[in-house]
Design a protein around this ligand. Sequence first.
Ligand code: ZN
Length: 246
Amino acid sequence: MRARDIIVIPKMEDGDKFLIIQPHPDDAELFAGGFVALMRERKKEVVYVTVTDGAMGTWDPELKPEDLIRIRRREAEEAASVLGVSRLIFLGYPDADSLSHKELRKVFIRLIREERPDGLLLPDPWLPYEAHSGHVVVGLAGAEAVLFSPLPHFEPKGVTHQLSFVAFYATHRPNTFVDVTSLWEKKLEAIKKHESQFSPQLFQKLSLYLGLRSKEWGEGKGMEKAEAFKVLTPSHLHANVDTLEC
Ligand code: ZN
């Protein structure tokens, strides 16, 4: 036995309730759509938290940010509905603006304490070459909220809650692979709802990429299509020299 084996990595699918925090309205489908659909198929609870309004996500100079906010909100609702999710929380922070780590941490602690999920899904803030500060700040503030939500003196006041795990998506160090083969078409159907983000040509290229990526993740594991996560317990998130290798 090795030191790192003492804290066992929980099995994501064993949770009954999941909170998935996404910086933008399409991240959940892109990186965890199969897992979300699988959990809903098993009648487990999934709640989406969308941090920013997605107002900057366009190449079209004619499309006004205020219109895009409305469009993206509808697309997010439709995409979530394809996967069987009906509870969506929109925090409405301005897209691509500097997000306050401290403020987000507080909001996430409140949500964790109110919703009381078993697992939290977050973008991996330690993904090398990640340039979008929205993903980095949301991931870091979320990870810190996982650490602090069981500690009563951390604001905001509320009944403390300890998560069993945090699962980082868009990660380059996955330790957990979920077989999403049977839900692959559903995942693509959900991504397709984000029409403002993916033109037909872009969608074609994206689905080719996602198909190959998921195949590579599933290789040697008996999975035709897999989604990949770095699953950790709260104890892995502070002064733990083994976490990188877990
Ligand atoms: Zn994003």
